[in-house]
Write a protein that binds this ligand. Structure first.
Ligand code: GLU
Length: 269
């Protein structure tokens, strides 16, 4: 399980997503990717099997900019590290998702979706979620309900972020078995699998509980529990410097951990 970052804000979110991914690099990963909703409403996806810095170069080259995006660092569980297996995964041009975790019943879901005519372009367990969501769209249901219907069919662990294909100003996220936080800020709202990813943009976090689904908009967050009831989750204030998750003066995280041990133990005591 690796990292997720997502953003919807009143400014270009590409640098925020990349900074978030860099802050998750310490967890290890084999590939990375982003999908950004550009000004013309398209979802533009860029993926790379190299470092986040290489992804940044690709994004700069194609000048990808937008106010909404999702990003991922992958630690492969199903399907080798390769660009086609890197997240975000898409169904068609508009449904894009990032996922941390493992979908145990992916083979049977894949068979069902292939029988319905969906074509898979990766070997991941994650791609079934993208096509499953697409298969449930087109009716009168809202994306929050669609995500609820889809996750009932999933066996396994997930932290999930979906770029809404109908509403260009909304992300829908869900979690069970994998962590996910919402970062609340003045200029927008953010999501991540780890608070460290968001420390440069906010110190205020909502920790989603097991089974929660949240609708994240630029100016508000609505959380539903596993029963579908609207719930209030507290906003918790952190007082962590953004540099807490940096390598600081050390060339590697391992050295940082070793040298910081005396201070951390003293602080804990
Ligand atoms: N199981 C998914 C995959 O192999 C997600 C892995 C992750 O959490 O990074 O693509």
């Amino acid at each position: 399980m690796c990292g997720i970052v997502g953003a919807i804000a009143r400014k270009d979110v590409t640098p925020i997503l990349l900074e978030g991914l860099k802050r998750l690099e310490y967890r290890g990963y084999d590939s990375a990717g982003v999908a950004i909703r550009t000004e013309d409403g398209r979802l533009q996806r860029v993926r790379s099997v190299r470092k986040v810095a290489a992804l940044q170069e690709l994004l700069d080259k194609h000048t990808v900019k937008g106010n909404l995006g999702i990003a991922h660092t992958r630690w492969a569980t199903h399907g080798m590290p390769a660009e086609r297996n890197a997240h975000p995964h898409m169904s068609g041009e508009q449904v894009a998702i990032v996922h941390n975790g493992i979908i145990e019943n992916h083979s049977e879901l894949r068979e069902q979706l292939e029988a319905q005519g969906y074509t898979f372009t990766s070997e991941t367990d994650t791609e079934v979620i993208a096509h499953l969501l697409a298969s449930l769209m087109g009716g009168s249901q809202d994306l929050v309900q669609i995500v609820r219907t889809a996750i009932i069919k999933l066996v396994g662990a997930y932290a999930l972020a979906v770029a809404d294909p109908e509403d260009s100003e909304r992300l829908v996220v869900a979690r069970a078995g994998s962590p996910l936080v919402v970062g609340v800020a003045e200029d927008g709202n953010y999501i991540a699998s780890d608070v460290f990813a968001l420390l440069p943009v906010t110190q205020r976090f909502i920790f989603l509980e097991e089974g929660d689904i949240a609708e994240v908009r630029r100016d508000g967050v609505t959380v539903f529990d596993s029963e579908g009831n609207r719930v209030e989750r507290p906003i918790q204030k952190f007082h962590l410097a953004a540099s807490t998750a940096d390598k600081g003066p050390y060339p590697h995280y391992m050295l940082k951990e070793i040298y910081e041990q005396p201070a951390v133990i003293a602080e804990t005591l």
